[in-house]
Design a protein around this ligand. Sequence first.
Ligand code: AMP
Ligand code: MG
Length: 398
Amino acid sequence: MRTVDEHQKIVAGLIKARARQRLPLAETLGLELGADVVAPLSLPGFDNSAMDGYAVVADDVETATPDTPVLLPVAEDIPAGRTDLLTLNPGTAHRIMTGAPVPAGATAVVPVEATDGATDTVAIRAAAKPGQHIRRAGEDVTAGTTVLGAGQLVTPAALGLAAALGLAELTVVPRQRVLVMSTGTELVKPGIPLQPGQIYESNSVMLAAAIQDAGAVVVTAPMSVDDVETFRTTLAGHAGSGDRVDLIISTGGVSAGAYEVVKDALADQVVFGKVAMQPGMPQGSGTVGGIPIITLPGNPVSALVSFEVFIRAPLRAAMGHAEPGRPRLTGTLTQGVTSPRGKRQFRRGVLTGDSVSSYGPPASHHLRWLASSNCLVEIDEEVTEVAAGSPVRVWDLS
Ligand code: AMP
Ligand code: MG
């Protein structure tokens, strides 16, 4: 039997980052930059006004006060977006809006609030310091500067900067593409009436959500009946077609019974075995056609807990997250619990502040408690009983 730690290492070793790629800005949020971003232009790109007001020569309005305004003819009107290059003659003013290019020769902008706002001859009621309310070209970014570093994660603000620099694409480590495939002849899609002995399929939507939540892209294959040829055909049809997937996750068909379709179909490519844990004991890992595959057990609680324990962190690490794992903390257990000797137990829990309650039975088919828990309580292999009030390790899933 493998330990949890051993299986974690094996799975982590299978999941590899994609080659970096240039992608449109809108597809890069949260991804790791694969290259430094060097500014192709300066920001601001040209001297522009920081206020709505009047561009003037500062010396011309030196004596202006509310009682002794300086009157200047308004020679031009410059809204933001005006593209012709203007020159301000001394003794005149240009009405100018925020973000509009400051005309050559102007040395200050007087805010509209310090004027009468006129469009023919303006009364300027305050003196202006040279350079006042002018945003200088390059004072934010000088062309040629490295503004974002390889390895940084793309944030909304980083996207804003890239767009301001006129970049349409960024070089990033792309999202992992993960194929999810569930197996079981008893499974029926929600929405279709059940026959006796059938159940609704729940793993694929649950794992797809967990994969998306981890920042990866999901490709969902149709569920397979417990027939080796059907399983192989479905797998081959989805793993390699179109944009190749980086990882395959299957559920079901890996335990010790008969009709274990995943085990039977992949005996040559996947190592199937037991991991000393509860829930989630039957596990497998390997590669199919060069693509890593993790075969999870079919019980829904086992499947999701196994995803959390083995797959989520290396998947996020492969997308550049420096701290890919769930936050771990020590909680105080509110009630006594037992745990099987020799197995790492992951109980579902509810964490409130520092105090944690085990929530629901430890067996692997109790979806109801899983759905309203917010953490996993991890109990070591050698521990068989934990008393109320004891410290326990908690994985915060919230
Ligand atoms: P298996 O690992 O295939 O033996 O399945 C173990 C248990 O999980 C059985 O009770 C299955 O019916 C159930 N199960 C397997 N796959 C799914 C699934 N995709 N959705 C819901 N239950 C499942
Ligand atoms: Mg099955």
